[in-house]
Design a protein around this ligand. Structure first.
Ligand code: ZN
Ligand code: ZN
Length: 358
C-alpha cells in the first residue's frame, strides 16, 4: 500500500487554540501499527487539556489531540504479526511502560513512568500524538480488532465502556442481581448504565438534570430515570429499594450534589465509584461512610485489559453504544464540532470528527 508523505492533523497551538495543519505521516516502530483514522470522538478530557495543558503534554505547536478513535491498519512494524493490513480496529489510549511495578501487575493506566516515552509509556492524545489526524501510530497492546458489525463511530467510543468495566472490576462489582445508581447522564454515565445492564444488574437508576440525555439512558438499559428537577433522587432510590439503598453508586457528574447523593443513596456496606472528576476539593460525609461501612473507589482510565472486554460486549451485541453518537463532522469543520460538543447544541452527546472527510 502506497502511503502519503503528509497528512492533515489538529495541532494544539496554545490554550483553546487548535489548527488544522499538514504534518508528516508518522512511521510505525517495531511493536506498532499505523492506523488510518476513520472516527475520532470528542471527549470532555480533550476539552480540558485543550483549555489547560495536562502534565507531560508535548509542547504547543506539536501536540495532536484526540484519544477516542478507530480506523484501519495500513502499516505494520517489523515484529508485528498480531494484525494484518486492512484490519478494522478500535484502540485504548494508554500503553504502560511494561517495566514498572504497576504495569507488571496489569495496572497500566497507573504506570509509574507515565509520560516517559523513552521508557515506552504512551498515552495517545495526552503525552503522544492522538487520533485527530488522518494517521496515528499505536503500540499493538492498545489495538483491538473489531468485526464489521461494529461501526467506526461506535468503535471510537469503546474506551468509555472500558472505563466503566474497569470501575466495576476495581469495586469488586459482581453486579448480577444488584441495584445500581448512576449519577450524571453523560457518555461515561451511559457506558456505566450499559455495562451494568450487560452484567445483569437487577435495577438501574439513572439520575440527571437534562431530560433529553436521560432518554438516551433508557435506550442503553436504565430501568428508572430520575430528572432531578422533578423528583428528589434520594427519595426515589430509598422508596424503590425498600428503604435500603443501592449496592453500587456510580458518580459521574463530578459535582458536590452528585457526590453527596452517591454516598447517601448507598445501602449499608455499599460501594461508591468515582468516575467523574471533581475539579475542586469537595467535603463529604465520612461519618456516614464509617458508621455504615461504605466504600469509595476511584479509577483513572481503562486498565487491566477492560477495553478488550468492552470490544467483546460490542462485538457480541450485548451493548449498543450507537444511541450516544449524535453528530459527525469532517475534520475541516473541527471548530463547529467542538462548539457543538461544548454547547451541547441539538442535544449533542458524542460528537465525532472524521479525519478522512474534507
Ligand atoms: Zn475520553
Ligand atoms: Zn509502567
Amino acid at each position: 500500500m502506497k502511503l502519503p508523505e503528509t497528512m492533515k492533523a489538529l495541532v494544539l497551538m496554545g490554550p483553546d487554540h487548535q489548527e488544522l495543519k499538514t504534518v508528516p505521516v508518522p512511521k510505525a516502530g517495531p511493536q506498532e501499527v499505523l492506523i488510518q483514522v476513520e472516527s475520532c470522538a470528542v471527549c470532555s478530557t480533550d476539552v480540558a487539556l485543550i483549555h489547560k495543558a495536562f502534565p507531560g503534554q508535548p509542547p504547543y505547536g506539536v501536540h495532536i489531540t484526540g484519544h477516542e478513535y478507530s480506523g484501519i491498519v495500513v502499516a505494520l512494524g517489523d515484529t508485528v504479526d498480531e494484525f494484518a493490513i486492512g484490519d478494522r480496529v478500535a484502540v485504548e489510549a494508554h500503553n504502560g511502560c511494561g517495566r514498572c511495578r504497576n504495569c507488571r501487575l496489569g495496572d497500566y493506566t497507573s504506570c509509574l513512568n507515565y509520560g516517559n516515552t523513552k521508557k515506552g509509556h504512551r498515552a495517545n492524545g495526552f503525552t503522544t500524538p492522538g487520533g485527530n489526524a488522518q494517521y496515528v501510530v499505536n503500540h499493538i497492546n492498545t489495538v483491538h480488532r473489531i468485526p464489521d458489525s461494529v461501526s467506526f463511530d461506535v468503535a471510537s467510543l469503546v474506551t468509555n465502556l472500558g472505563c466503566a468495566l474497569y470501575g466495576y472490576e476495581t469495586m469488586g462489582g459482581y453486579i448480577a442481581g444488584q441495584n445500581v445508581l448512576v449519577i450524571g447522564p453523560g457518555p461515561l454515565g451511559m457506558a456505566s448504565v450499559a455495562a451494568a445492564k450487560a452484567l445483569g444488574a437487577n435495577r438501574i437508576f439513572l439520575s440527571g438534570t437534562r431530560a433529553s440525555r436521560l432518554a438516551i439512558g433508557k435506550a442503553l438499559g436504565a430501568d428508572r430515570l430520575i430528572a432531578t428537577a422533578d423528583e428528589d433522587p434520594l427519595e426515589v432510590v430509598m422508596k424503590e429499594t425498600g428503604g435500603i439503598g443501592v449496592d453500587y453508586a456510580i458518580e459521574v457528574s463530578g459535582s458536590k450534589a452528585g457526590l453527596d447523593l452517591s454516598i447517601k443513596a448507598l445501602k449499608r456496606n455499599g460501594k461508591m465509584l468515582l468516575l467523574g472528576i471533581p475539579h475542586e476539593p469537595v467535603p463529604i460525609d465520612l461519618e456516614d461512610m464509617s458508621l455504615n461501612d461504605k466504600d469509595i473507589f476511584a479509577i483513572r482510565g481503562e486498565s487491566r485489559a477492560n477495553v478488550g472486554r468492552a470490544v467483546s460486549l460490542l462485538a457480541n451485541g450485548k451493548v449498543n453504544l450507537a444511541p450516544l453518537v449524535t453528530h459527525t463532522f469532517p475534520i475541516t469543520k473541527f471548530e463547529e464540532a467542538y462548539r457543538t460538543f461544548n454547547q451541547r447544541i441539538d442535544g449533542a452527546m458524542k460528537v465525532i470528527i472524521k479525519p478522512q472527510q474534507e
